[in-house]
Design a protein around this ligand. Sequence first.
Ligand code: NAD
Length: 339
Amino acid sequence: MFDLFPEKGQTDLHIKYDAASGLKAIVAIDSTHLGPALGGCRFIEYDSTELAIADAVRLAQGMTYKAALANVPQGGGKAVIIKSPNTTNREAIFNAFGEFVEELNGRYITAIDCGTSAADMDIVKYHTQHATSTTTSGDPSPYTATGVFSGIQSAVRFKLGRKELTDVHVAIQGLGKVGSRLASMLYKAGAQLTVTDIDEKKCQAVAADTGANVITPSDIYSLPCDVFTPCGLGAVINDTTLKQLKCQIVAGSANNQLAKACHGNILHEKNILYAPDFIINAGGLIYASLNHNGQNTQSIFKRTCQIGKTLDEVFSRAKFNNQATVDVAIELAEKKLLH
Ligand code: NAD
């Protein structure tokens, strides 16, 4: 099992089984160096417990980098609740999970992620203060979209030498909470949009609002465009899609866009500028952290707009050193963690 842990650092793993509710939860804490670990809680099905642990560990490490580069006072952590195909007692599961988070004594702060909602976090919050993204603390997605917008502006300035997004062709994959908001922001900035989602209704709604061209999910990778913006699932940059991409920039909100670490280097070799996901999608974390620490929405918004500046630095260093942007970003994050 220890093969699942990163080569560097110290990760601790907490596992809880509660027979009464059926809760099977894993919390991975990758770092508390800069503050309590903060990261979402996934509630999805896994093919094996080992895969669930691997997911929690990998995502927790990503949160450490994300928090370090976003300059928020948090470490990296993540929770996974293994969902069974016949789960019916959701409330009992989140009650038990809240007790579990409380037992961790503030080393881990939980939030929403795939398969969890603000209503679930309300249940968790009943048992512990160490929970955010409840119905009262609000949805972080608008901040994530704002950060991605700022990141796309940075990438377009750097790669295409264009100060404005007017007529820049952006292809958005996934029109959920982040992708649909981002589409609207890009439309207002004058970008030309092509969009896709496995949910046809979401495509039609965004097309009606923005005049976007709609294509099928399988056609998005080979579409000639300036910016490919993954806002659906992870691992969309992989051995198959790398052969298809005809974009100049990859910049989107999805977590873990690179299926393998080496895919960042292949993007670099192909001269495609990659905005590392754990920098560009940090708006949600910035919101969750600063909101949890009592800051107002205006200052949170201002901090989110600085994501582009962090990317400016990463892009410049990567060019200067002829390195993949993701490698530069990891180096910068690790430097911050040394202090
Ligand atoms: P969401 O679930 O609201 O939306 C995802 C959308 O992607 C859905 O509409 C879904 O139908 C679509 N989709 C799934 N597979 C697809 C495919 N193969 N092709 C096209 N569309 C597909 O999620 P969200 O909150 O909008 O988040 C989007 C991504 O950004 C996720 O990877 C998430 O982990 C990441 N992220 C989100 C936030 C946030 O604040 N919401 C923060 C950081 C990272």
